[in-house]
Design a protein around this ligand. Sequence first.
Ligand code: ACO
Length: 379
Amino acid sequence: MESISRGLEDVNIKWTRLTTIDGEKGILWYAGYRIEDIINAKAKAEEIQYLFLYGNLPNRSQLDDFEKKVQQGYKIPDYSIKAITALPRTSDAVALQMNAMATFAATEKFAWNKATDRDTAARIIGQMASVTAVAIRHAMGKEPRLLEPSSSLAESFLKAVFDRSPNEKEIEAMNDALILYLDHEVPASTTAGLVVVSTLSDMYSGIVGALAALKGPLHGGAEEAAAMQFQEIGDPSKVDSWFQENIKSGKKRLMGFGHRVYKTYDPRAKIFKRLAQELNLKGAPKTLYEIAERLEELGIKELGAKGIYPNTDFYSGIVYMGLGFPLQNNIYTALFALSRVTGWMAHFIEYVEEQHRLIRPRAVYVGPSERPFVPLDKR
Ligand code: ACO
């Protein structure tokens, strides 16, 4: 039988100038800049969004101009809001993002165009931020509220969700989360979106496809699952027995551990761990951090030899919880998507503009050989 590439493992589907990963050493670069250097320099998320879309870090006036383009997306139409609020408050937040983004696919006349793709993408970042704020507020039982311009996307977003001015620490944590999840080469979600735009469908439809793939528990959904697992354990004194019963026995996978590319500690997980540890924000009980830390220790001892270490989803949920986002309705994955939408669009633009080809793989047929068709009443 002809061989197939299960899971497209190690198949290169495009070239990129955006992100590169050394999975053996645990290094992540965004267009040549190490993720740690970006975070330590206290870069603003908008600077890195600009880097992904336009290829270089912006100067001050380019950044101001870019931020205005993002802000133009904040005001979304009533029908996009209704695509969220018409659904039950228990709805999955990522599916609500899909619904609302699909309203733009339905109504906006999008055509791929080198002269306008990047500016459109900047506006979509703003639209996605308002969509996400409305979806999260809906889950929290609150009326819709859109973002309004302020000093940063992180600040505007937190204000819109929580109806109050966030403090500096909270803005910094949200800003860093926006950067840490911004891109990661071509995981399942980006690949799903690339398949969509390879048909020359529009940018919004590509995002809807990517969101659908992100939602699953083996990808972005792991973030909520990891935090749920800490909550299920509930008490640091119960970690060891829970681990024996569930992970060592092979009954469950340790969520937030393991990665197709990283065979060592994911560098983003280290930064999220520091944020979770340092921030001491309101929402997350300290015990959750203690549970996570002990679980990490046991997980590495048991699985580290197989190259299974904490991934970016292990500690990020504690940071989101600390910021006050409730652990429900896949909200943490919706926050991941808010960040990743920039990476998705940057990859779509790279692909459509410079290396476009319809993605249409083949399947090796292993079914019956030709046989006579028997009509229904003769079967
Ligand atoms: N817990 C326990 N065992 C694990 C885990 C884990 N989290 N991850 C992998 N393994 C084991 C598998 O059981 C398998 O063992 P075996 O060889 O004895 O059968 C071996 O490691 C290889 O696992 P695969 O699933 O083949 O590896 P793959 O590259 O497909 O896995 C994946 C990647 C899906 C992320 C996996 O590690 C996993 O399920 N992790 C938990 C979910 C998760 O955290 N996902 C988030 C990924 S990061 C992101 O999307 C942002």
